[in-house]
Design a protein around this ligand. Structure first.
Ligand SMILES: [Zn+2]
Ligand SMILES: [Zn+2]
Length: 317
């Protein structure tokens, strides 16, 4: 096992930069925010640490990329900055998640709530879910695994891969027999297997969603510290990635959106603590399909909740 450890000087420059305007922008942060961000280059920090590489197939080893420090991010003319006219994130579900429409709707509402806390200050809107056929994307049946794969465009990603046995030979979503389908016949997706809704699935979904939206804001893969924005090549590596941003990526997101760190961390804790997104509505239709309201599975988030509490303590010292 190898670690990517940068010097205090390198991390300080990546975070604060040497550009006088950006240094003075940093100096204007309140004392608590600076104290938390400065943890990036404190060698004994228990909040942020170096990137650990586990194998040659890990992202950094197999996809060499130029690192992006705060200054490079700030000067990127193509990055997206929300404005009073454009400050919404839209989420649209393609196909169902969970085994019923009501589980799927509930699940997407949890993701919406999570995104609202993570990108604190922006509005997150849900678009009506669409069936796979409506996307008109081509798809294939993977020759090796017999799993279905949609050939999607940018900004689209699949949660199916986050079911714990997606890569195993007994994955239940594997098509039982070889089928030859025309590329316009989407019936193969009807009643297609969907992974069980667990707190680990929710955690992985939240990670993927926020990582990918982070790219939309212009954050590139993080090579500074263990961070949500680290690239990942496989599920094991994605699981090792933290759920939140290192201070360098956090400063990038903060400069794009303009939240106070304290408000954002508190919103994330509230999301973990809230049992469900809203009070369950017991309509006759729902009670037939799903007699118990579905509690949000958050066990996998507990350790991370402790971590946010520590961050809040540093902010409020
Ligand atoms: Zn990425
Ligand atoms: Zn980072």
């Amino acid at each position: 096992m190898q670690t990517v450890r940068h010097s205090e000087h390198t991390l300080r420059t990546a975070l604060i930069s040497k550009n006088p305007a950006l240094v003075s922008q940093y100096e204007k942060l309140d004392a608590g925010e600076k104290r938390l961000m400065d943890e990036a280059f404190r060698p004994d920090s228990d909040l942020f640490g170096p990137i650990t590489l586990h194998s040659q197939s890990d992202w950094i080893t197999s996809h060499p990329e130029a690192p992006q420090d705060f200054e490079e991010f700030f000067n990127d003319p193509y990055r997206k900055t929300p404005s009073p006219q454009e400050h919404s994130i839209y989420i649209q579900c393609i196909g169902l998640l969970g085994n019923t429409r009501s589980i799927s709707e509930e699940y997407v509402k949890w993701l919406k709530g999570y995104c609202e806390a993570f990108f604190y200050g922006l509005t997150v809107k849900l678009l009506e879910p669409v069936p796979v056929s409506a996307t008109r994307c081509s798809f294939r049946i993977n020759d090796n695994t017999q799993n279905l794969q949609i050939h999607a465009g940018v900004g689209i990603f699949s949660f199916a891969r986050y079911g714990s046995d997606f890569y195993s030979s007994h994955y239940e979503g594997k098509l039982k027999k070889l089928q030859k389908k025309s590329s316009s016949d989407y019936s193969v997706f009807d009643n297609y297997y969907v992974p069980e809704v667990t707190s680990v699935l929710l955690l992985r979904s939240c990670k993927t969603l926020t990582h990918e939206i982070g790219h939309i804001f212009g954050l590139r893969h993080c090579q500074w510290l263990a961070c949500l924005m680290q690239g990942s090549n496989h599920l094991e590596e994605a699981d090792q990635r933290p759920l939140d941003l290192c201070p360098i990526c956090l400063r990038k997101l903060q400069s794009a959106i303009g939240f106070h760190l304290k408000d954002r961390y508190k919103a994330l804790v509230r999301w973990v603590d809230a049992e469900s997104t809203d009070t369950p509505t017991v309509s006759p239709e729902r009670s037939r399909e799903d007699p118990l309201s579905l509690p949000k599975p958050v066990e996998a988030f507990k350790e991370w909740r402790e971590w946010i509490t520590k961050c809040l303590a540093v902010l409020q010292k």
